[in-house]
Write a protein that binds this ligand. Sequence first.
Ligand code: HPA
Length: 275
Amino acid sequence: MSQQFGAAAARTTADAMRDKLKVEAPVVGMILGSGLGKVAAALESPRKVSYGDVPGFPRVSVVGHAGEATAGKLEGREVLVFSGRPHMYEGNPAQMVAFPVRVLHALGAGVLFLSNAAGGIRRSYRAGDLMIIEDHINLMSQNPLTGSLQEGDDRFPDMSEAYDALLRKLMRDTAPELSVPLHEGVYAGLTGPSYETRAEIRMLERLGADAVGMSTVPEVIVARALGMRVAGVSCIANVASGLSALPVSHTEVLDTTGRVSDQFVKLIRALVGAL
Ligand code: HPA
């Protein structure tokens, strides 16, 4: 398993992607979640490829995830955007879920930017707010680094500042330019695909989580093992289970992420421009 989605496989996939996209060492690699793929449309001189046309790259099957890679320039800097990601709830092991990070690293990206849709747990959060991820809690019952040590990996990576403090500050500085509230908080990663029960949300609140989602954690762990600098943003797509009278639905998640996508692009532009 760890060989199949390990460093050597990532180099092979990265070579194929470099060939197809004519991408030279992107400054930032991005993995964007549900409905947040609009960033790809903001790139200058874009080159695109479907995941399915890149040998060894995981397929994605969720509505709202395009499943394509776009290389191009944003604020004058070369970036590579993965719109859509594999999830553990599709039955994928954590090593596979984090494989795109290994590919970005093999292509030369030193900074990883991740986004996701999440349920808001902190009582002041509203659907449509954005949250800089300050830290995470891994409740996915897997760690993508288990198995044989991969070339370039730290066996026991420090996670005490998994989300880069300077990148978080650069994002905080963009708050005045945004027309939506920008929070900073703790993301709890669960496998899903069922949304949480009300009791689970009460538990997560007591554990110190501000938002909950089904992605991001495995990717961050691998990025830290590889020494990449990490930044992440959650789009609060809905208030979490039991915190409003409404049930949680994927349609609402896509509606909200679509609604804030312009603000999200603004935030990413400001971040990349400040690097
Ligand atoms: N829970 C878990 N994942 C999510 C949610 C949620 O409420 N909203 C969007 N992704």
